[in-house]
Design a protein around this ligand. Structure first.
Ligand SMILES: Nc1ncnc2c1ncn2[C@@H]1O[C@H](COP(=O)(O)OP(=O)(O)OP(=O)(O)O)[C@@H](O)[C@H]1O
Ligand SMILES: [Mg+2]
Length: 237
């Protein structure tokens, strides 16, 4: 996927993204980091066309999302799995029902849906919640269901918005393993997070948004409590 010089302003004048250019190759995992309000969710929403940019080009799977037809967009969306920051589960539907819905709209066969639902619930250690209404689950459980739903269709592009915000270390590891499995299968994975422990420095690809702008590659994120001047002073010593 590619973003080329993308800007997004919310009325009246919130510059959520400013001139952002970013390329993610097929099968790559990218961590999108930055402080609260930096524009992470907005960027993910542009990639599934829940939002449209004011300026710039958004391309997913070689298609310009500004010019795509309605039916092509529908087909493309079936190949994208989005785990929302606020989960967006149907509280009265069962856990299995919530996960199944994503596959039903993609015309999956009932046998596939049943098998895939059980497989995901087992991996996320929620097999015993199969028939529980989603609204009765804890926040961490709901978060895992939203991730299961995003992955249900074996999507080519996974957009995960702060997917471990409500999870403990052990459960976070479980979820990250599942993402890595899908990466190995060839899926492109974009994870928005401010949890710096989620990625390993040096091996994972990490980009940082700051007030809607993407830091240039190699540009060091400012450490908390350290001004640019003190960093320079230290470097000079
Ligand atoms: N629908 C909207 N209408 C108006 N302003 C919005 C809307 N959505 C987001 N914003 C603003 O755009 C900016 C970027 O928001 P965004 O949700 O993309 O940030 P974020 O990096 O995901 O933050 P967080 O880490 O808190 O989830 C913020 O200033 C936010 O207040
Ligand atoms: Mg967000």
């Amino acid at each position: 996927m590619d973003l080329i010089k993308v800007s997004k302003t919310y009325p009246p004048s919130v510059h959520a993204l400013v001139d952002v250019s970013l390329s993610v190759r097929r099968g790559e995992m990218l961590f999108l980091t930055g402080m609260s309000g930096a524009g992470k969710t907005t960027l993910l929403r542009l990639l599934c066309r829940s939002e449209t940019p004011d300026k710039g080009l958004v391309e997913v799977a070689g298609m310009d999302l500004d010019r795509i037809s309605g039916s092509a967009l529908q087909r493309l969306r079936r190949r994208i799995g989005m785990a929302y920051q606020d989960f967006k589960l149907l509280p009265r539907h069962t856990v299995a029902g919530n996960i199944a819905l994503a596959m039903e709209v993609a015309y999956r066969k009932p046998t596939f849906i049943r098998k895939r639902t059980r497989e995901l619930l087992e991996k996320l250690r929620l097999a015993d919640k199969h028939d529980t209404p989603a609204g009765e689950l804890s926040r961490g459980e709901q978060q895992r269901i939203s991730i299961a739903r995003a992955l249900a269709n074996m999507p080519d592009l996974v957009l995960a918005d702060e997917p471990t915000g409500n999870l403990d270390r052990e459960t976070t590891t479980l979820v990250m393993e599942l993402f890595r499995e899908h990466e190995e299968r060839g899926a492109t994975i974009i994870i928005a997070t401010h949890d710096r422990e989620l990625f390993s420095h040096g091996t994972d690809r990490v980009v940082e948004l700051r007030a809607g702008r993407l830091l240039a590659p190699g540009e060091e994120p400012e450490k908390e409590g350290e001004s640019a001047a003190t960093v320079k002073e230290e470097a000079a010593r």
